[in-house]
Write a protein that binds this ligand. Structure first.
Ligand SMILES: Cc1ncc(COP(=O)(O)O)c(C=O)c1O
Length: 281
């Protein structure tokens, strides 16, 4: 029997979600079409957007569907920075997912890296020391994909000057910690469906109202002109169900994971295996 322990890389797809996608597969119109079939598709898309907004305490118009957290991170960083026509800098850490590290590396904008402490957490004093009048954006993970360290997002936001945007990569956070955007105060938040029992290839970028962001995929006027291309209706459904369930079942799923973690640690101790826990317990 195979034992799969790599849910941080990806989860299997929930059969309920597949069933729901099949049940909705007769909604096939293009949401931009103005005839009845198109309007029906548009209504379905907006219903899915609304479910996600409700789950994270956002407004529906603040939710942009993407192809995953990689695209959301690219859009958040490139999209906000390209709005500035003066010299700005961005602050991140060296322990981000490649989709943040490679994005900032490819920018003309100056990048500053805040050190991470032994326990995997960001040092707030160090972060504040890096901020200057040209800092436009702080972009970092909420939950680390390798250590599971949970960054103090609310405290980070509270420590930033009002005009500095905070983007969090919440790909590993949804379903494990509070992702209510108003509680956290974040300006942008990336999410990925395939970490939450939805198929691979769908994600969301939350963009707080009033945040200036330029589309990086250009063409049609979809997604309030922030991401061109005909919307993936069935994946928007899958994402909405996945986010809704992850938020609703957070405590239940966490207690299962915690009890398994204890079993693993106890088992290693009993077997006399030498081990070290990475990150913050
Ligand atoms: C923290 C983090 N950010 C971004 C991503 C990329 O997500 P996606 O596969 O949806 O592009 C991942 C997935 O591995 C991740 O763990």
């Amino acid at each position: 029997m195979a034992v799969y322990l790599d849910y941080a890389a990806t989860t299997p797809v929930d059969k309920k979600i597949i069933k729901g996608m099949l049940e909705h597969s007769d909604i096939y119109g293009n949401p931009s079409s103005i005839h009845r079939i198109g309007k029906e598709a548009k209504a379905f898309l907006e219903e899915n957007r609304q479910k996600i907004a409700e789950a994270i305490g956002a407004k529906p118009e603040e939710i942009i569907f993407t192809s995953g957290a990689t695209e959301s991170n690219n859009l958040a960083i490139r999209g906000t920075l390209s709005h500035f026509n003066r010299e700005v800098n961005v602050i991140t850490t060296e322990v981000e997912h490649m989709s943040i590290l490679e994005t900032v590396k490819g920018l003309k904008t100056h990048v500053k890296y805040v050190p991470i402490q032994e326990n995997g957490l960001i040092n707030l004093n160090e972060l504040n020391k890096k901020i200057d009048e040209n800092t436009a954006l702080v972009s970092l993970h909420y939950v680390n994909n390798e250590t599971g360290a949970i960054q103090p997002v609310k405290e980070i936001k509270e420590s930033l000057p009002e005009d500095v945007l905070l983007h969090v990569d919440a790909a590993q956070a949804v379903g494990h910690v509070n992702v209510n955007v108003d509680d956290l105060g974040v300006d942008l938040m990336s999410m990925s469906g395939h970490k939450l029992y939805a198929p691979k290839g769908v994600g969301v970028l939350y963009i707080r109202s009033g945040t200036h962001l330029h589309a990086q995929l250009v063409g049609g006027k979809q997604e309030r002109e922030r991401r061109a291309g005909t919307e993936n209706l069935l994946y928007s459904y899958a994402m909405s169900e996945a986010v809704k369930e992850a938020v609703q079942l957070k405590d239940e799923r966490n207690s299962v994971i915690l009890s398994r973690k204890e079993i693993l640690i106890d088992g290693l101790n009993e077997a006399g295996v030498e081990f070290k826990v990475n990150g913050d317990l």
